[in-house]
Design a binder for this molecule. Structure first.
Ligand code: ADP
Length: 147
């Protein structure tokens, strides 16, 4: 059975994240969406709010589960028995960082990172843009998953 962890801040979980999970389900039997909690990083939504929203989104998808974690992604992946980390890549701006982290994770644990290029219709969507729009009271429904 192929199991992947999809780690991120997901503050909030956008339609871009949703698309990566949907496409990842064609590659993996099971995906754990892992909400990383970093005390130093200022967030708009609490971990519980983020997790509840992601759980609602995948309420009808038994192959997706949602969990919170602190610490290293590879430690969490090993704890849940996942052999892969799933990530999305929007632009060259994401590339250097994702490459370095994927290399470090593979050396640390042998866990391979599988990166999917963003569907170009979602490449401009980021959690930080959605947070800005929320702050200014704009309608963000087009940027969120359908549920
Ligand atoms: P992090 O703080 O770990 O970067 P994010 O919640 O911002 O967490 O993103 C989690 C993952 O989702 C990352 O691999 C990121 O590149 C990817 N991602 C973010 N936005 C999009 C998008 N619009 N389309 C596809 N992937 C995305």
């Amino acid at each position: 059975m192929k199991k992947a962890v999809f780690p991120g801040s997901f503050d909030p979980f956008t339609i871009g994240h949703f698309s990566i999970v949907q496409r990842g389900l064609q590659l993996f039997d099971e995906i754990v969406v892992a909400v990383g909690v970093n005390q130093a990083k200022k967030s708009l939504f609490s971990p519980d709010e983020r997790i509840a929203a992601i759980r609602r989104t995948f309420a009808n998808e038994p192959r997706v589960s949602v969990a919170q974690y602190n610490g290293l992604t590879v430690d969490f992946a090993q704890a849940v028995g996942a052999d892969f980390i799933l990530r999305g890549l929007r632009s060259v701006g994401d590339f250097e960082y994702e490459h370095a982290v994927a290399d470090a994770n593979r050396k640390l644990s042998g866990i391979e990172t599988v990166i999917l290029f963003t569907d170009s219709q979602y490449s401009f969507i980021s959690s930080s843009v959605v947070r800005d729009l929320i702050t200014y009271g704009k309608d963000i429904s087009a940027f969120l998953p359908p549920v």
